[in-house]
Design a protein around this ligand. Structure first.
Ligand code: 5GP
Ligand code: MN
Length: 345
């Protein structure tokens, strides 16, 4: 494989999945995807609600390429309060986003990114239900297998890995904007190349992306190294009430905590990464109350416990070591139910 990006534009490489994923997606699925894209004039793209870097980055990267092929492209996510999370506002291509209300009601072809269940499409799940074809590009082991065609590889470190392959197969080439979107997905889902999913192939992909001239330092600062002052105060409250019990560390953040400092819900994403540092705990949980009063439960494992299975049993999903779900119960009842699932996991 050549490290020269210009070369690659003429000769799209076969992606080398050294993590053993080669062939995990059958050639027939890629072929059918290319045929569906080839004959569609308008292509609707969607990612999961409250998108992270992998969901939004993968979607926008593919949107750029489809647009350059002359397709009409609409991209969105189904949040009731439609807004790109502050952390991701640096991503290029946001002019291609439309709010759910402006999304085609019954798209001819809809492609989803990083979305493991129909429900994770939020408001767009109705549009997906009416779409003629729904191609699902995802890497969640818990993927429920919805849609009419799956490009699903649970061994891929990020959906961005699959998005890159789709781009090459479409004959697209990486420019700095596309690479920035893909890189946001890759660094988000590998925890800045720290998680066990960080294979040689991941670093090779990063190399291809960085070779376009993107600014790794600026992306890192946008994603992890800045926050409003209010974040410190809310974090302090969350850490103050952190509880350690039998290898489980957990805390919660109410909407009242946030309202006291005017902190938006999306700013809470990084708190789990601080809580999960705890040496004495194998599993970390952060309950985050959203603006509607539901609890979004973020869970992390250090490896021996499958939190993905526990969350899937509670109506959510995710990965072995990082998963989540929504609870409408009280903090106490939510934790009681989660502990019960942990004992089974
Ligand atoms: P986070 O804690 O960062 O929000 O989510 C961790 C992982 O769990 C991500 O891979 C995310 O896609 C998945 N996840 C979080 N919440 C849900 C949920 O409600 N349903 C499903 N299916 N997956 C979730
Ligand atoms: Mn992902």
């Amino acid at each position: 494989m050549t490290p020269d990006v210009r070369d690659r534009a003429e000769r799209p490489p076969r992606i080398d999945f050294s993590n053993g994923a080669a062939g995990a997606i059958p050639e027939s699925a890629w072929d059918r995807t290319l045929r569906l894209i080839g004959k569609a004039d308008e292509i609707a793209l969607a990612c999961h609600v409250t998108p992270d870097g992998d969901a939004l980055g993968s979607m926008l990267a593919v949107a750029f390429v489809l647009r350059s092929m002359g397709k009409r492209v609409v991209a969105s996510f189904g949040d009731r309060h439609f807004a790109v999370p502050r952390l991701l506002r640096f991503l290029p291509g946001q002019e291609m986003l439309v709010p759910p209300a402006e999304y085609p009601a019954a798209p001819e072809l809809l492609i989803t990114f990083d979305t493991s269940t129909f429900e994770r499409l939020g408001l767009l799940s109705d549009n997906a239900a009416r779409a003629r074809e729904v191609v699902v590009v995802d890497h969640h082991p818990s993927n429920a297998g919805f849609g009419t065609l799956g490009l699903i590889d649970a061994t891929a470190a990020a959906t961005a890995v699959l998005a890159e392959e789709l781009i090459y197969r479409l004959g697209g080439r990486l420019d700095r904007d596309i690479a920035t979107c893909l890189y946001a997905g890759l660094v988000t889902d590998t925890g800045s190349f720290r998680h066990s999913s960080t294979t040689p192939a991941v670093h090779e992909m990063a190399s291809r992306l960085v070779a376009t001239g993107l600014r790794t330092d600026e992306i890192a600062r946008e994603l992890w190294d800045r926050s409003p002052f209010a974040y410190l105060k809310v974090l302090a409250a969350a850490l103050d009430r952190a509880t350690l019990e039998d290898g489980l560390v957990w805390t919660y953040i109410t909407r009242v905590d946030r309202a006291a400092y005017g902190l938006p819900y999306a700013e809470l994403e990084g708190i789990i990464d601080i809580v999960r540092r705890t040496d004495e705990a194998e599993v970390a949980v952060v309950l985050k109350e959203d603006d509607q009063g539901s609890w979004q439960v973020s869970t992390r494992s250090k490896g021996t416990v499958d939190v993905g299975a526990a969350c899937a049993a509670l109506g959510g999903g995710g990965h072995h070591n990082a998963a989540g779900y929504t609870s409408h119960d009280s903090v106490e009842d939510t934790m009681t139910a989660f502990r019960r699932q942990l004992r089974k996991a």
